[in-house]
Design a protein around this ligand. Structure first.
Ligand SMILES: [Zn+2]
Length: 255
């Protein structure tokens, strides 16, 4: 009898964890809009969303911004690196080691000194040559690139914005700022794919405000997206969670 109860509980727990593990979503935010991010921390908390904030030019952060970043970190968010001078790796003259030494290493060092452990880097402007990817992966665990809805289609058609068990150390992300005109219905298509395939959909945005200007995301729109995640029971992850996510996924598949 005891054994039956034990097995039943194990099965219930296992099916619950399987449900929770069905796909995921990563919200990332770029540059230095720390004030706007921390101003919306209650929104993140309300929907239990954890995100990764990629900081550019950390040497220019003032003490208030550093304090706010620590608040975001203590809320469970990840702080990532986005370069010391926000330089495009595709336009950078010189080998990968030079890009690392001049653009990446000084930014990570500065963030370390400020108290942030860095495992993720997001390329300024999005793209990078393969040689830079390979070099940087010796120094950080995760690289995030960036794209937008350039094909004007549903976002489930962009394979590279989904992290998968065989490719998650380098991921692309879909821009959701208002100038990219991604609708909630379109995001629904993206979330459905992630759940169906047990992948992680990666998104990026910048400043959170209501101006409607390019590279801003209205907090009301973000809330609609968070609501959608809640409705579909898709969990948010940070970039740094991907290895754990996919190793548990593998474990589950091998049972
Ligand atoms: Zn940027």
């Amino acid at each position: 009898m005891k054994k039956v109860i034990f097995i039943s509980i194990t099965l219930i727990l296992f099916s619950c964890s399987s449900l929770l593990k069905r796909g995921g979503i990563i919200f990332t935010f770029d540059d230095q809009y720390v004030k706007s991010w921390v101003a919306n921390r209650d929104l993140f908390k309300k929907y239990d969303v954890k995100a990764t904030f990629f900081i550019s030019r950390p040497q220019l952060l003032d003490s208030g911004q550093v304090r706010d970043l620590k608040i975001l970190q203590s809320d469970g968010n990840e702080i990532g690196c986005h370069g010391v001078n926000h330089l495009n790796a595709m336009e950078f003259a010189g080998p990968a080691v030079k890009y690392y030494k001049e653009e990446v290493e000084p930014a990570i060092s500065k963030l370390n000194v400020l108290g942030f452990r860095i495992v993720s880097f997001a390329y300024p402007f999005g793209p990078a040559p393969d040689s830079v990817d390979s070099y940087l992966l010796k120094h950080v665990k995760y690289l995030r690139k960036a794209t937008w809805n350039r094909n004007n289609t549903t976002i489930d058609t962009y394979d590279n914005i989904y992290a998968r068990p065989d490719s998650f150390h380098i991921v692309n992300s879909m821009g959701i700022d208002c100038n990219y005109s991604i609708t909630v219905e379109n995001l629904q298509a993206g979330i459905s794919r992630a759940q169906k395939n047990n992948e992680i959909l990666v998104l990026h945005a910048h400043l959170l405000d209501t101006s409607g200007l390019a590279y801003t995301t209205n907090p009301a729109f973000l809330e609609q997206v968070f609501k959608l995640c809640k409705k579909d029971k898709i969990r948010s992850y940070r970039m740094e969670d991907m290895e754990d996510f996919f190793s548990q996924h593998k474990l589950k598949d091998s049972r």
